[in-house]
Design a protein around this ligand. Structure first.
Ligand code: NAD
Length: 260
């Protein structure tokens, strides 16, 4: 179903984005990876995907806080694969502090990475999708796109913004064969969350595993985190034919976090 399609996943050198890129490659899609990281490790991931799944994989080192670098990345993917059929906006960062102590430059960085980048990549990819008369945009929001938590002002504001932006893009593209949806994961044990668990372990003197159990249970009725593979499978479903009329939706995959 995805064979020959071109899929661009921002922030796919790690965690959820890498899981999503691998899930699409496993379905036969050609993928463009993006994100930071050690060049040798990134090249190993890229080549590993080509060898394991028999697809073409490209890499862009674009910094998604820079609109001109996003435009260049979209252009390069269109040139390499003829189109971008599926755009997954996944790159994201976190910073935790109370509102009155939140460093202004951290607020700006979280909004630029987690929200403005989604606008810019949609803005740049939509003309090509409209020409094609087909496209899928999948925005990785968060449970924090639906509910708040103390200490996460910028992240929660950005993710609520992504859920709203998703609805507008869905409405504007409804007659163009394009859908736009958000995925709202609960805890996924990636470096982004592991650093928060480590901070908890340090603050409480508890071992990492105990701090992790506490961390998950605090928010989720289900005591286990979601895997990047599970998020990847949901993204593949949303890109498929059966999801043709699903648009403007926000899919929770959160162990019951937002059911409460
Ligand atoms: P991660 O830290 O493992 O990966 C983040 C990726 O984004 C990396 O590839 C990194 O290089 C890239 N990135 C960061 N800043 C970038 C920039 N300026 N330009 C280009 N790439 C950049 O984090 P993750 O947990 O896999 O998070 C991925 C997405 O999922 C984020 O949007 C995050 O908010 C969201 N999310 C994560 C969780 C979770 O529990 N881990 C839950 C809900 C939502």
């Amino acid at each position: 179903m995805m064979r020959g399609k071109s899929v661009l996943v921002t922030g796919s050198t790690s965690g959820i984005g890498l899981g999503i890129a691998r899930a699409f490659a496993a379905q036969g899609a050609n993928v463009t990876l993006n994100g930071f990281g050690d060049p040798h490790a990134v090249e190993e991931q890229r080549r590993g995907i080509e060898e394991e799944f028999g697809v073409a994989a490209a890499y862009s080192g674009a910094d998604v806080t820079k609109p001109d670098e996003i435009a260049a990345m979209i252009g390069a993917a269109e040139d390499a694969f003829g189109a971008i059929d599926v755009l997954v906006n996944n790159a994201g960062i976190q910073f935790v502090a109370k509102v009155e102590e939140f460093p202004v430059e951290k607020w700006d960085a979280v909004i630029a990475t987690n929200l403005s980048a989604v606008f810019h990549s949609c803005r740049c990819a939509l003309p090509g999708m409209k020409r094609l008369g087909w496209g899928r945009i999948i925005n990785i929001a968060s449970a924090h796109g639906l509910v708040g938590s103390a200490g996460k002002a910028a992240y929660v504001a950005a993710k609520h913004g992504v859920v709203g932006l998703t609805k507008v893009v869905a409405i504007e593209t409804a007659d163009h064969g394009i859908t736009c949806n958000a995925i709202c994961p609960g805890w996924v044990m990636t470096p982004l969350v592991a650093q928060q668990v480590e901070a908890r372990a340090r603050a409480t003197g508890k071992p990492f595993d105990a701090a992790k159990r506490e961390f998950v249970a605090e928010k989720q009725p289900m005591a286990r985190s979601t895997s990047p593979e599970e998020v990847g499978a949901l993204a593949v479903f949303l890109a498929g034919d059966a999801a043709g009329t699903i648009t403007g939706a926000s899919y929770s995959i959160d162990g019951g976090w937002t059911a409460q």
